[in-house]
Design a protein around this ligand. Structure first.
Ligand SMILES: [Zn+2]
Length: 429
């Protein structure tokens, strides 16, 4: 037998062991999801509490799995009962000074929203038709559960990872990351190396093939159009802000796409988008010419354009409409967020994840850019290449949120393959 054959055979054996091991966890993963759901974890901005209790539950359970006690990077926050926002790192030590492999998931969830839209108690997870139903079960408990059981599979199989295999669980993802990932990266700037592999299982596609590696830039434009209010029967005595705003909207709707026509097939959608969105109510009655209008555009721009170029076109059109309609237009930008540098298609994290998807599930991955923005941008801005991936039906934040149990198990296996990539006995790629 050649060396190549031996490697392939060993890889196949490890893959088969991981597959059987993960499948054996199926019922436990469902129970763990149910228990997690019962420990409600809402950030204070979402009117809640409980991240600490959830972190304690996770740490206790993980220790029972045989994982080492987590490293802690808790962030002080007087608004919560524990006065701390928990951030945990579970680490299995690797054998060499190889890059570490990380999976990042968040422990907080969003509130249930309108209770009458739920068919069952959002915090009592139920199993129906192969799905777990409850608040948080997909976002992000599926990723959290898959990652922890993947790490456990290495422990139970006695596999030593090549580099450190780490699961980071953070608070505050749903409300800005300040007490979560941003805090961890500020408190421990050397924790994650820029050679490390970082997977964020918090967005994806139902077939599990999409790997998100790039985002568009985001620009929100806010216009206040000042005219002069008068009785609608004598419009010449005033300045109709509504007419000016309507022309402004139509011109921007035509001129912005024309000024930024590039397409990039990596992105879903492949073009930049410029959407007129919010438009506040003006006068409540029909017989008054409105004197002021307040409207917004939401722009998602391919990173090959700068947001400065977009602003120049926006302001040029605003000046034009001002002159033509004798009004004044204030332009403000409530959000200006240049896209983080994309993770490249040949980055190690993309290669390893694609190989794991192929080896564990026979799935050929496809790379994808999105309108933005995920927590991966926080990492990419700090020079850490991150890939966002999971098998998701996009039930996040909706009533009757659910997690497909087969997806949970399948994702755990892919992450186990990722953690085991390059381990002594090898794993199918
Ligand atoms: Zn999430």
């Amino acid at each position: 037998m050649t060396g190549m054959d031996e490697t392939a055979q060993a890889a196949g054996e490890v893959g088969a062991r991981l597959s059987a091991r993960i499948e054996g966890y199926r019922q436990e993963m469902v129970q763990f999801q149910k228990a997690l759901t019962a420990v409600v974890a809402l950030g204070p901005e979402n009117g809640g509490d409980g991240e600490w209790e959830r972190a304690e539950f996770v740490a206790t359970t993980a220790t029972r799995f045989g994982l080492p006690a987590p490293e802690r990077f808790d962030a002080p926050d007087a608004r919560v009962s524990s006065a701390l926002r928990p951030n945990l790192v579970f680490r299995l030590r690797g054998r060499r000074s190889e890059p570490a492999t990380w999976v990042l998931a968040h422990m907080d969830t969003v509130p249930p929203g309108e209770r009458r839209l739920w068919d069952s108690d959002p915090f009592v997870a139920e199993v129906r038709d192969g799905r777990i139903v409850g608040r948080g079960v997909e976002d992000n408990q599926q990723g959290l559960t898959a990652a922890l059981f993947a790490l456990r599979a290495l422990v139970d199989e006695g596999l030593a990872p090549a580099g450190d295999a780490c699961v980071m669980l953070v608070a505050d993802e749903e409300t800005g990351n300040r007490y979560g990932l941003e805090h961890v990266l500020d408190a421990a700037p050397d924790l994650i190396g820029n050679r490390d592999l970082m997977i964020v299982p918090d967005a994806g596609s139902p077939d599990g093939a999409s790997i998100e590696i790039a985002e568009k830039s985001t620009l929100w434009v806010e216009f206040t159009v000042h005219g002069r209010q008068v009785h609608a029967s004598i419009p010449d005595a005033g300045v109709n802000a509504h007419r000016a705003a309507a022309h402004l909207t139509v011109r921007l709707d035509q001129r912005l796409p024309a000024a930024f026509p590039r397409t990039d097939a990596l992105y879903d959608l492949p073009r930049s988008t410029f959407e007129p969105t919010r438009h506040d109510a003006n006068v409540p009655n029909v017989n008054t010419v409105p004197g002021e209008e307040h409207l917004f555009f939401d722009c998602r721009v391919l990173p090959s354009y700068s947001l400065g170029e977009v602003k120049a076109v926006v302001e040029g059109v605003a000046r034009e409409v001002e002159a033509e309609f004798a009004c004044a237009i204030d332009v403000a930008y409530p959000v200006t967020m240049a896209a983080a540098p994309p993770t490249t298609a040949d980055a190690p994290v993309v290669r390893v994840l694609s190989a794991a998807l192929h080896g564990a599930r026979g799935v050929d991955s496809r790379l994808l850019g999105i309108g933005g923005g995920t927590v991966a941008a926080v990492l990419r801005r700090r020079g850490i290449p991150a890939a966002v991936w999971a098998t998701l039906e996009e039930a996040a934040h909706s009533p009757n949120e659910y997690c497909v149990i087969d997806n949970l198990v399948a994702d755990a296996l892919v992450l186990a393959y990722v953690f085991a990539a390059g381990c002594e006995e090898g794993v199918a790629g």
